[in-house]
Design a protein around this ligand. Sequence first.
Ligand code: PEP
Length: 245
Amino acid sequence: MRALIAGNWKMNGLAADVERIAAPLAASGPPAGCDLLVCPPATILREVGRVLAGSAVALGAQDCHPAPSGAHTGDLSAAMLRDAGATWVILGHSERRADHGEGDALVRAKAAAAAAAGLTPIVCVGETEAQRVAGEHLGIVRGQLAGSLPDDFAGVVAYEPVWAIGTGRNASEADVAEMHAAVREALITRFAGRGAAVRILYGGSVKPANAAALLAVKDVGGALVGGASLNAADFLAIARAAPRA
Ligand code: PEP
């Protein structure tokens, strides 16, 4: 399985930053055996797409609305993001679940809308620190998967423990192995052979220094990278740490 290294720029990046971050990625391209994806804010999707044009680095967005169009002020449909050049979209990120009260049913509707518009969804799941301390982490993530993935899901899952995002505290390799095995089992139980082929990314303070160890864990099919994806050299170093397909 080829690793996918996806960069989530979150609410960072102006037009003036595009060249600095995206041009080195376009010049390098994905390391052999690895897929590379950048997800900038929607305001600069086209600019980033222009810089990446001709390279094999893919372009994605960070959210979409579940409806195809209509009276939803301030929102963006999947078709609009596809029109701006995106072919991927991150959905159900814990920051959206927390900041915007997004629940599993909404994430599921967004995933269906994304697929209908030709976008590949990356659906994020992950427990809070309190849930992990209470020993509820596996049940929480199983529930998020059951509720957030449509029946015809054909995308990527990202396991991102909330307490590891942007904190510098990545999950241990043992914790990642336990969770990724549980996610794989849930995907196979629900989707049979299709579930065995879904890439399961780990996200949460992935850096060049810890990437090789995290990416080598069984059933880790890549990384969703926040902070370190804003530095092209760090992002490429993480991608180079991925095991070869
Ligand atoms: C993320 O935004 O999905 C993420 C994992 O962020 P960071 O790498 O900064 O922890």
